[in-house]
Write a protein that binds this ligand. Structure first.
Ligand code: NAP
Length: 222
């Protein structure tokens, strides 16, 4: 049976991925930070693990809780946008750290713990954003978030290299999605985004390792 790990599944894209994978009959392990969300994940039939990706103590307890699993798919979804700046407003240290610790340091601490919990031919998707693309950039809105997603693309590449053919790792842009982060004026609903992200991971070929991909599977420029 296919085993799936979703990091950051309390709401939005992560929660929808849990719903869809459970509907497909997959074994799902999913993380959240609060008891209400953990209960909701258990009600969906997932194994729920309490994890705050910005908390080193919380992360330290992850590996043993995953003992015995061999994940076919891992999705790192947890993310925060941070200050909704439009220009070059310097962020506070608190805001900068909150974004970077969740979006960049989190994957750097969480994903290395999973290397022994990957099934052969596993696929790791890190939910990044086209806002991290330097080539596609047309304005500086949300520049802390943009910097974090550019940085996590670098993290993804290092993980892809270190996997050395054992598994595939990619960065994924989920679309502009109607969630708490994306807002209700966004382009696509969460069901469409999650379904597309699943399809992209399923369709990966060896040559895609280390790629930055849109939710329709097309490559995005760095
Ligand atoms: N929506 C979009 O249009 C869009 C576009 C491009 C990229 N993305 C990316 O897609 C991913 C999911 O976004 P979304 O739209 O689903 O956003 P969302 O509805 O705001 O959900 C964010 C998720 O991240 C979790 N999270 C935040 N900080 C965390 C932490 N320290 N530890 C563990 N979990 C944490 C949240 O958990 P809590 O409930 O505990 O806060 C929540 O489950 C993010 O990485 C985001 O950057 C979204």
């Amino acid at each position: 049976m296919t085993q799936i790990l979703i990091i950051g599944a309390s709401r939005g894209i992560g929660l929808e991925l849990v719903r869809q994978h459970r509907e497909s009959g997959d074994t799902v392990v999913a993380t959240a930070r609060d008891e209400e969300s953990l209960t909701r994940l258990r009600a969906l039939g997932a194994t729920a693990i309490k994890l705050d990706v910005s908390d080193v103590v919380s992360i330290a307890g992850l590996a043993w809780q995953l003992d015995g699993f061999q994940f076919d798919r891992v999705m790192y979804v947890a993310g925060v946008y941070g200050p909704r700046t439009l220009g070059l407003q310097p962020p506070s240290v608190v805001d900068f750290d909150a974004v970077m610790h969740t979006n960049v340091l989190g994957p750097m601490r969480v994903l290395p713990q999973l290397m022994d919990a990957l099934a052969p031919d596993a696929r790791i998707g890190i939910v990044s954003s086209r806002m991290g693309s330097l080539t596609l950039r047309a304005n500086s809105a949300g520049w802390v978030y943009r910097a974090s997603k550019a940085a996590v693309n670098s993290v993804m590449k290092d993980i892809a290299l270190s996997l050395d053919g054992r598994a595939l790792c990619v960065s994924l842009h989920p679309g502009w999605v109607k969630t708490d982060m994306g807002g209700q004026e966004a382009d696509i609903d969460v069901q469409t985004s999650a379904a597309c992200l699943r399809r992209v991971l399923d369709g990966l070929k060896a040559g895609d390792n280390g790629a930055f991909l849109n939710y329709d599977g097309s490559p995005l420029p760095w």
